[in-house]
Design a protein around this ligand. Structure first.
Ligand code: OOG
Ligand code: MG
Length: 253
């Protein structure tokens, strides 16, 4: 299979909610190829009329790396098709075996096309918000290698963003919780995310600029989960709570 054919296979798996077998070992594609496949799959979405809304980092915490058995930071692309409104009810039939995880989102206030350091970020980001990410691997049994998950756009599937607020407080040690039906099921400090979730933006600026890619004003950035993710089932109320930032939620059907 060519890289484009692999991208089409993963794209179809996502739109039909039908899993496929892992492909990196079978078709021997590299991590570089995996990012090319990811780009091709996003191009298919854009050709269908979707708009790129931002980026997500993955495996920025030990809890996530250990849960999934993958040990390197990854990045993927978000589109408007993935957006879920705060408090919305979503029908799980559109996905394969979705999971949810608590996150923090940032909003870009000025184009980023160079590698930034932590101190420079205040010129490039204006807002932050509590968020939830829904991930849904297109691979059978949610099992993958690093190359496989990158090709699959890092399992990107859905995102919910709570109230945007200025980045005024220090966010390197905030309690982040995932609640299912109002019970806390996952909890960790935001320090679990690269010691400071803003470091995810630094990493993204490095990775994106090295590819000549601009993270645009208005784009959102998901820093990565601090905790393991939880499988979704029907009739749940999911809530993400970030100390000082507030709550965000959705329901499943
Ligand atoms: C890959 C996506 C990882 C995160 O926040 O670490 C991720 C996966 O776990 O399927 O989104
Ligand atoms: Mg995530």
């Amino acid at each position: 299979m060519t890289l484009l054919e692999i991208a089409k296979t993963l794209d179809q798996a996502a739109s039909k909610a039908k899993p496929v077998e892992q492909m990196a070992a079978k078709y021997k594609f590299s991590l570089d190829d995996a990012y090319k496949i990811q780009r091709e799959s996003i191009a298919l979405r854009v050709a269908r009329g979707e708009t790129i809304t931002g980026y997500k980092l993955g495996f920025t915490s030990k809890a996530k790396m250990e849960q999934m058995g993958v040990h390197d930071l990854i990045w993927g692309i978000l589109t408007d098709e993935m957006e879920i409104i705060d408090d919305e009810t979503v029908d799980l039939k559109r996905w394969i075996h979705p999971r949810v995880e608590p996150e923090i989102a940032f909003r870009v206030s000025k184009d980023i096309n160079i590698e930034l350091n932590l101190k420079e970020l205040s010129d490039y980001l204006d807002m932050m918000a509590p968020a939830l990410e829904i991930i849904d691997s297109r691979y059978e049994n949610f099992k993958f290698s690093l190359e496989d998950v990158v090709a699959d756009n890092c399992s990107s599937t859905g995102y919910v963003i709570g109230n945007w607020q200025p980045i005024s407080t220090t966010i390197s040690n905030l309690k982040m919780e995932l609640l299912v039906n109002n019970e806390v099921v996952e909890s960790a400090s935001s320090a679990a995310i690269l010691e400071n979730p803003l470091q995810s933006v630094v990493e993204l600026s490095r990775l994106a600029s090295s590819e000549g890619l601009t993270v645009k004003k208005g784009h959102i950035i998901f820093a990565g989960a601090a905790t393991a993710a939880q499988f979704l089932v029907t009739s749940q109320i999911l809530k993400g709570r970030v100390e000082k930032l507030g709550e965000v939620s959705f329901k499943t059907l």
